[in-house]
Design a binder for this molecule. Structure first.
Ligand code: NAP
Length: 357
């Protein structure tokens, strides 16, 4: 079997950017895109307004198609499959070569590819609530990224679900836009750091609704023009409100709901069992991420949550010749542009590694 220079696994901004750089360096990379949704998380978003170079914004799928075309232009070969495993093997196949000089990549079809270097850019998946309406209203009020979508809910009531740092960070950020932000958490103690909770408590636009789960997400048709969308209300009023009033900061006029977008969430108090409805234009789900790294087994070091560990600001993993970039490494920034930047670094690191062989 021909041992290729480099295989890139993953077709988000990190993977495509790595492919563009390696293609331009004449290394003819192979990019395994994933079987289901090439393009990563951005193919599920609508308008992307914060990727530099597009002053009018660009649709997520269009941005990813442009990256794919750019990678193709420089000679990337695409394989539309999932990777099931990566092994480090002896380059000579006879036990005499150094272990791990060749990386063997097995695809779900059973096909096997080999390369001297591998770049892992498989991203992470948002954890989902798994409640009725979540899939239906994804991109129409249900979102997993406040930085991406918060802007669209200016002057409208917003719900955030989760009790960790991500949920608090998103909720605090969203107070810039929403007429109100209600953070719903399933317990009465938060996983988030104390300082984030303090900040949230001090923010009069933000309400913490504890011991409460979202059991469903509802949407509807457009409100008649000129009719303000309903303000957040909780029925019945016997729900545990974490000692906070739901009235704070809810007086801004709100725009009408868009056709077919989120209008409310069904909620249940986990202590009393009381159920109710909370009107909202958006539901930001921030209950953690799962990096898509299980297929790597233990060939590279990962942290307890499965994120690949890399050396400092570089992209070298614990396995020589295996590099990692984007959201499968980065639990902090998780932006298309930061993933693309890391894909560039992975390509340059891989290039240096190949030159050293
Ligand atoms: P996390 O800390 O794992 O918190 C996830 C939250 O979602 C938990 O409160 C959890 O509830 C809740 N949750 C999980 N599954 C749920 C479900 N099915 N329904 C309802 N709620 C559910 O995740 P994260 O907030 O994304 O943070 C991940 C890591 O990144 C943490 O180490 C965090 O400190 C770090 N981070 C740091 C910052 C910062 O420092 N600025 C910002 C963001 C993230 P339970 O508490 O009941 O388990």
């Amino acid at each position: 079997m021909t041992v290729q220079h480099v295989i890139i696994i993953g077709s988000g901004p990190a993977g495509y950017t790595a492919a563009i750089y390696l293609g331009r360096a004449g290394l003819r990379p192979t990019l395994v895109t994933g079987a289901l949704a090439p393009g990563g998380q951005l193919v599920n978003t609508t308008e992307v307004e914060n990727f530099p170079g597009f002053p009018e914004g660009i649709l997520g799928p269009d941005l990813m198609e442009a990256m794919r075309a750019q990678a193709e232009r420089f000679g990337t070969e695409f394989i539309h499959e999932d990777v099931v495993s990566v092994e480090l093997v002896d380059g000579n196949g006879d036990g005499a070569g150094a272990a791990g000089t060749v990386k063997r990549v097995t695809l779900d079809s059973g096909d096997v590819l080999e390369a001297h270097a591998v770049i892992v850019a498989t991203g992470s998946q948002y954890r989902k609530l798994g409640v009725p309406g979540e899939e239906e209203y994804a991109g129409r009020g249900v979102s997993y990224c406040a930085t991406c979508d918060g802007f669209f809910f200016k002057g409208k009531p917003i719900v955030v679900v989760g009790g960790g740092d991500s949920a608090f960070e998103e909720a605090l950020y969203l107070t810039r836009f929403g007429s109100s932000v209600t953070l719903i958490h399933r317990r009465d103690a938060f996983r988030a750091s104390a300082i984030m909770v303090e900040r949230a408590r001090a923010n009069e636009k933000l309400t913490l609704l504890t011991n409460t789960v979202v059991t469903g997400i509802r949407g509807g048709e457009a409100a008649p023009s000129g009719v303000a969308a309903a303000q957040p209300t909780v029925k019945p009023l016997s729900l545990n409100l974490g000692g906070l009033s739901l009235g704070g900061g809810l007086n801004l006029p709100a725009a009408p709901a868009r056709a077919g977008s989120v209008t409310s969430v069904d909620i249940r108090n986990t202590v009393t069992g009381d159920t109710g409805t909370l009107d909202t234009a958006a539901v930001f789900v921030a209950i953690g991420h799962t990096p898509a790294t299980a297929f790597l087994g233990d060939i590279v070091a990962k942290d307890d949550d499965g994120y690949v560990l890399v050396e400092g600001a570089g992209t070298r993993t614990s396995a020589p010749g295996v590099f990692a970039a984007g959201d499968c490494v980065d639990r902090t920034y998780r932006q298309a542009i930061s993933a693309a930047g890391m894909g560039c670094r992975a390509a340059l690191d891989a290039q240096h590694y190949l030159e050293s062989l």
